[in-house]
Design a protein. Structure first.
Length: 270
């Protein structure tokens, strides 16, 4: 918490313009939740924290649809879109908040189908025919988890610049707004990437465009996510699930046994 800078400091003319024309400030009762979110972004992955390891395992199982766990280090993390064998090295600037937002994405029933669609696209190859009967292989794959961390970074910066205060004040939530905006930004990236046939060469430009949209038009992004969720629920013939749980409630991780049962003799769980 000592490392947290809750807001971007402005001086001179910038401070005056912020006072006169800037967005509203976050209400006092929400500032503790904002500091919690920013503290999570300063917290690194810790091998000694069991819940951190459970988060990694859950993300892996949900995205790959595997019933089996995976080693703490290995090439399987590169398949998920990390840069190397250790996911912890890719969380600079977002810390555990970067992992927690992926966890939210895959644990919420409203966003899990979208997360899996994006993950599938991230590993996809498409073919496009060009003139002179030459086949050009257009690789639309991208590192899913690295892209996710970049989106978390954008959302955190928008929070620090108080671009999200109006929505947080309206909903009386901070972390839930961060999570929904993260999912909404990922949805926008997915649509642009898929339908405009983007590749890794376009990623820098797309992330800049996404950062601008997140800071200037967060409400529009959130509405697009709401419309997507509603359309998906209607297409499936389902009622819309209940909203995501508020910050502070327990999350039921998948495929993990919380209780260690002590058995007599040599019969013990591995």
């Amino acid at each position: 918490q000592k490392k947290v800078r809750a807001t971007v400091r402005r001086q001179g003319l910038a401070a005056l313009l912020r006072f006169l024309f800037g967005p509203p400030r976050l209400q006092p009762q929400l500032q503790g939740e904002r500091e919690l979110a920013l503290a999570m972004a300063q917290c690194g992955l810790d091998d000694n924290e069991r819940v951190h390891m459970r988060i990694l395992q859950t993300i892996y199982k949900k995205l790959t649809r595997s019933r089996l766990g995976c080693p703490r280090y290995g090439a399987h993390w590169e398949e998920l879109g990390f840069q190397g064998a250790d996911p912890g090295t890719d969380l600079r600037g977002t810390g555990m908040l970067g992992l927690m937002q992926i966890l939210y994405f895959v644990m919420d029933s409203q966003t899990l189908p979208l997360a899996r669609e994006i993950f599938q696209l991230s590993q996809h190859e498409t073919q496009a025919r060009v003139r002179v009967a030459i086949t050009l292989v257009l690789l639309q794959n991208f590192p899913f988890c690295i892209m996710s961390v970049n989106i978390t970074r954008i959302v955190v910066q928008a929070l620090r610049e108080e671009r999200l205060s109006r929505e947080c004040n309206r909903r009386q939530q901070v972390i839930a707004v961060l999570n929904d905006l993260y999912a909404a930004a990922f949805l926008r990236l997915y649509r642009l990437w898929k339908w405009q046939h983007k590749t890794l060469a376009d990623s820098g430009f797309l992330l800049k465009e996404l950062e601008s949209a997140t800071k200037k038009k967060p409400k529009r992004l959130l509405k697009s996510l709401e419309a997507y969720v509603n359309a998906s629920a209607t297409a499936d013939g389902l009622q819309r699930p209940s909203p995501p749980s508020a910050a502070g409630e327990d999350v039921a991780f998948t495929g993990v046994c919380d209780l260690r049962v002590e058995l007599e003799g040599d019969a013990r769980p591995i």
